[in-house]
Design a protein around this ligand. Structure first.
Ligand SMILES: *Cc1c(COP(=O)(O)O)cnc(C)c1O
Length: 359
């Protein structure tokens, strides 16, 4: 069975097997990892190792905090403005589709914040991304969605090089595409796409970036979370544990550079087929195609539905596209095996052949 879900998404089989083998008794403690105290050394050592591995994988410098929070990427849509928009109280947004718009909407709900769209992919119906962003006004930060999970577009290189700090939503390509952490003031990602179980959100934020934040409720404060190593209340221990195992798996696999190479190769298999096909096509311009989320269409809703149903009965599941875009979407995250893409392309060829013969 191959799971093409956009999130929650496929996890490495080796990681799931390890979780299974030590589920009843974590490190021979006689307790499940779900039962241990978050004040115990069992937990603090596990958390510290997960953080160290993530720092290694992403080359995160000392002056950045790594936070393991809850509330998903969606809470960061509000938490980032609360903590980081302190001088001009203005935030620039690059409108790249659904998730960037949700981020902008939430920022606008924070009292006193002005959120402004500085560049937009709307004219292309979000099949292209704004290429170069230039700011004519001053902002506390510029918000960028690096991989657009629904539209299937991705920034491989950053479109902005100015002085205003960048805040990046990396929910669907963190650890699958190389970026320099130092190009950002803050990075965030919900875990359930390319990291681990839902319930964990990874935040990487430069310490000096939130030093002027006002007093905030503890759970909403980067400063307070950082001071308590993300454990100012009970953290999502199980989700952090699985994420930690995924980080170890990634280190063993050769790290982010290796993942990026594999993701590019996997995606290329599918895009090559789509570009050659008479039936299926990718709606996204080549330059902007995501390596982790690949939407495709036939242009005929009835055919799309038939394809999705038949794929499912052939063990290729969760290929239904997002309701905003329709058609199909194959999500090819780090843990998604190349053989799954090969099977998908084979199945698409057979389907296309059948359609041609019955026309
Ligand atoms: C899924 C997703 C979100 C929302 O994530 P939650 O963790 O469910 O809040 C935000 N941004 C992007 C790019 C996403 O793919």
């Amino acid at each position: 069975m191959y799971n093409f879900a956009a999130g929650p998404a496929v996890l490495p089989a080796e990681v799931l097997r390890q979780v299974q083998s030590e589920l009843i008794s974590y490190k021979n403690s006689g307790m499940s990892v779900m039962e241990i105290s978050h004040r115990s050394s069992l937990y603090t050592e596990m958390e510290a190792e997960a953080e160290a591995d993530l720092r290694k994988l992403m080359s995160i410098p000392e002056d950045y905090d790594v936070l393991f929070l809850q509330g998903g990427a969606t809470l960061q849509f509000a938490m980032a403005p609360l903590n980081l928009a302190n001088r001009t109280r203005r935030i620039g947004f690059v409108d790249t589709g659904h998730w960037s718009q949700r981020a902008e909407e939430e920022a606008k709900l924070v009292t006193g914040i002005k959120a402004e769209v500085v560049a937009s992919g709307e004219a292309s119906n979000y099949t292209e991304l704004p290429q170069a962003v230039e700011l004519t006004e001053n902002y506390d930060y510029l918000h960028l969605t690096l991989n657009n999970t629904i539209e299937g577009t991705m920034y491989k290189e950053l479109p902005y090089t100015g002085k205003v700090p960048l805040v990046g939503d990396l929910s669907s390509n963190i650890l699958g595409q190389e970026y320099n952490v130092t190009d950002f003031g803050m990075i965030y990602a919900g875990a359930q796409k390319n990291i681990g179980p839902a319930g964990l959100t990874v935040v990487v934020v430069k310490h000096s970036f939130f030093k002027d934040a006002p007093q905030l409720p503890a759970m909403l404060s980067y400063a307070k979370q950082a001071a308590k190593h993300s454990a100012l209340n009970t953290p999502p221990v199980f989700a952090i544990y699985v994420a930690g195992l995924v980080f170890k798996w990634l280190v063993q696999q050769g790290g982010v550079a290796q993942m990026q190479q594999r993701n590019e190769a996997k995606a290329q298999l599918l895009y090559d087929y789509l570009d050659a096909s008479q039936l299926f096509k990718s709606p996204v311009k080549k330059q902007w195609r995501s390596t982790t989320n690949v939407p495709f269409i036939t242009g005929n809703q009835e055919l799309d539905q038939r394809f999705i149903a038949q794929a499912q009965s052939n063990g290729l599941v969760n290929l239904k596209g997002h309701r905003l875009v329709g058609g199909m979407r194959a999500s090819l995250y780090n843990a998604f095996p190349r053989t799954g893409v090969e099977k998908l392309v084979e199945f698409m060829q057979t389907f296309e052949e059948t359609v041609r013969r019955t026309r």
